[in-house]
Each structure stands twice: as structure tokens, then as C-alpha cells.
Design a protein around this ligand. Sequence first.
Ligand code: NAD
Ligand code: UDP
Length: 313
Amino acid sequence: MRVLVTGGAGFLGSHLCDALLAEGHSVVCADNLLTGRMANLEHLLDEARFEFVELDVCRGFDVGKVEYVFHFASPASPVDYLHHGIETLQVGSVGTLNCLELARKHHARFLLASTSECYGDPKEHPQKESYWGHVNPVGPRSVYDEAKRFAEAATMAYHRTHHVDTRIVRIFNTYGPRLQINDGRVISNFMKQALRGEPLTVYGDGLQTRSFCFVSDEIEGILALSRVSEHLPVNIGNPREFTVLECAQMVLQVTGSESTVVFEPLPVDDPKQRKPDITKARTLLGWEPKIELRRGLELSLEYFRGAVASRDW
Ligand code: NAD
Ligand code: UDP
């Protein structure tokens, strides 16, 4: 197949390009480099089946006939989407409509990268796909949460109205090599701080929870979903839940760092708990994550060491 990956210069998009090329497909990667980096694609630039096009998916565009559209373009870390609030709303709305229109025109299948943020600060725990969420529509995170909720609605509308063959993956916190060192996410911050011997900045009391999925598990789950005919959202994430403090301790152990921990204010509307119910993915896809947090951090260490040393941030 010839497939389009929007946001392919980003963390997840670049791993997805790798995986699709490894499966024998031709990949067109479209990215405006807002939060992504060409460094994530350097190893692919001589590959004949790979094409990079610098473009903003919010503007009308076409890349020729494609058979699958993987729509991953969007700022994703709280620091990035707070900084690029309007761009985040645009890419979730206009950008998603443009990508859906492209899929309709070429009779291509379509997969939307959605997010656990659709559940907001959840009142149901763990989160099943049937939960409608608890989202502040006017808080600082709303630029991302509501953009992704709109993107899901748009995807379902194109499926129902135009019969586009769509899928929606709700991705839970994913980490690994190529996670942008300066994007402010908890794993990138803690790894950077630990490796530089600086204090780890724990927001709030550190008792809020997240469930961290290693990137190879996440990509495997997304590809498994891309092959089945399920149009409603599917959670892909690791159901093992950690407090942020436990995560800090694990980063200190894996890096061997003697950094201390300092407490800083909790960001507004920071979800108190997050853990996917992955029964649907297990049943539908026979998928489950294999790599536990400690192992995933060990597998990421070399990348973070290099990124900290390069000072390219
Ligand atoms: P990232 O910031 O590394 O990658 C996003 C990419 O999208 C970047 O390369 C950026 O330049 C590009 N982009 C942004 N706006 C664009 C536009 N208008 N036109 C073209 N390209 C544009 O983030 P990521 O972690 O790789 O996230 C990828 C996708 O997965 C996002 O849609 C995000 O919402 C979703 N997601 C990620 C996570 C996670 O833990 N990493 C969790 C939930 C959902
Ligand atoms: N966090 C933290 N210290 C940091 C960065 C993040 O304690 O330096 C916390 C943040 O408040 C949240 C969790 O870690 O509770 C995950 O934050 P992240 O930005 O990675 O993603 P989120 O899940 O909030 O989108």
C-alpha cells in the first residue's frame, strides 16, 4: 500500500513510519515540523519507499493516491498544546476534516490518533471506551481535549455519512526513544533531570497516577487496530498504573542518578488518575503490552543520554 502518515516527524509518527516501511508499504510523511523534528526521520531519507512532504494539514492539500491515512498530526504534550493552543484546535478540527476528505476522495482507510485526554479528569476508573469523560470545556487543557473530541466526532460523521472506513485509537501516555526531550512530559522531564543531576520536578503531591506504555507496544497495538473493522474507539495503553512519585523513583533507579525530588504546583485540571481498561483491545485484537516501565526506561536510556548530551534542544 501507499500510506499517508500525518505528524510523521513526531515521536509516535516516526515510529509508525518505521513500522509501516518494515511491513513493505510505501510511506508519505506529511508534517509542518511544529513540534516534530527532521532528526526523527534522518535514517529514512535515503529509503526509496519513503517520501517527506513539509505541509500544514490545516491548509488544503493532496499527496496523490493513498490507500491508508494515519492522522497523527497534533501537538501532544501539555507544554506544547498550551503553547500552541490555537494550532492544536485547528489541527484537531480543520486538519482532521481535511484528512478525512482526502481519505474519502481516494477511498482510503483512515485511522485517527485520539487520546485518553478525551476522558478528562475521569470519574470512572479504569477508563473503558464506553465512558463519556469528565472534561472542562473552558480550562487550559480544553484546546487539546475538545479538539480531539471534535476529531473523534468528525471521524464518526465521515464514517456514518460518507462510509469512510475509519478507526479511532485512544492512546494512553506513551514513551520511548525520540520522545522530545524538551516537551515537558513527565518521562522526558524526569529522564533529563536525572541524567543532568538536577532535582526531579514532581507536580502536586505526586500521588496522581498514569499508566505508561512503551512505544513498540503502542505501535503494535495501533497496527493491529488498523487491520480490523472496528469503527468505535479502542484504548491502546499499558494498564499498569503508577503514581508520579513511583515513576520518579524508577527513573532514579534506572539512571543511577542521585538527584533529589522537589515538589512544584500541580497544573490546572491535571487528571488525578488514568488507567486504560484494555479488555476491548485484548478481545478484538489479541493485543497486550509486553514491556513494563522499568524495562522500557532501560530501553530508552541510551536515547535520553544522547539527547541530553547533544544539547540540540
Ligand atoms: P509529537 O508532538 O512528537 O508529534 C506530533 C507531530 O505532528 C509533530 O511532528 C508536529 O510537527 C506535527 N504537526 C502538528 N500540527 C501539524 C499540522 N497542522 N500539520 C502537519 N503536521 C503537524 O507528538 P506525539 O507524541 O508523537 O503524538 C502524535 C499523536 O498521538 C498526536 O495526535 C497525539 O495527540 C497522539 N497521542 C500521543 C500520546 C503520547 O503519549 N505520545 C498520547 C495520546 C495521544
Ligand atoms: N508531571 C510532573 N512533573 C513533570 C512533568 C509532569 O509531576 O516534570 C506530572 C503531571 O502533572 C501529570 C503527569 O506527570 O500528573 C503526567 O504528565 P504529562 O505532561 O507527561 O502528561 P499528561 O498525562 O498530563 O498529559
